[in-house]
Design a protein around this ligand. Sequence first.
Ligand SMILES: [Zn+2]
Ligand SMILES: [Zn+2]
Length: 157
Amino acid sequence: MNPCDGYDASCVFCKIANREKDAEILESDEELCCFPDVKPGAQHHYLVIPRMHLGNCLSLRKEHVPLVQRMMEMGKAVLQKSHVTDLTDIRLGFHVPPFSSVPHLHLHVLAPASQMDPRSLRMYGPQSVWFLSADQLLKKLNSQKDSCPAEAKPSDS
Ligand SMILES: [Zn+2]
Ligand SMILES: [Zn+2]
């Protein structure tokens, strides 16, 4: 398989997506893949990444909303495959820099959220300022204006 555009040879997640580094791929399609987190913070802890190297969640724009939604769907599908039945008791979200260990966009998928220990909660919990839930990110992206430079100019009426 040829590495696609946006491949960063120094990035461990790019290597996993290209099968150059071993990881247990739980689910994949032409756009995304999902594998277990090496340091699980909950009974189930998976990462969903785009195969293409994208930076962290702060570099995303409104046009990435469908991508984030597909990442969430794959995360939930993997949880269901792993027999997680209560999809209300999960955490889906992104680390905010400088707190992301790998600078390749990755969605953390954790379950059950109610059984995370204090250390995990600090990293992935609702109180963590370094963790943006997928819903929060979607809200943020959706509130962005479409980037049209003409609109940004003050109108001289
Ligand atoms: Zn990468
Ligand atoms: Zn992370």
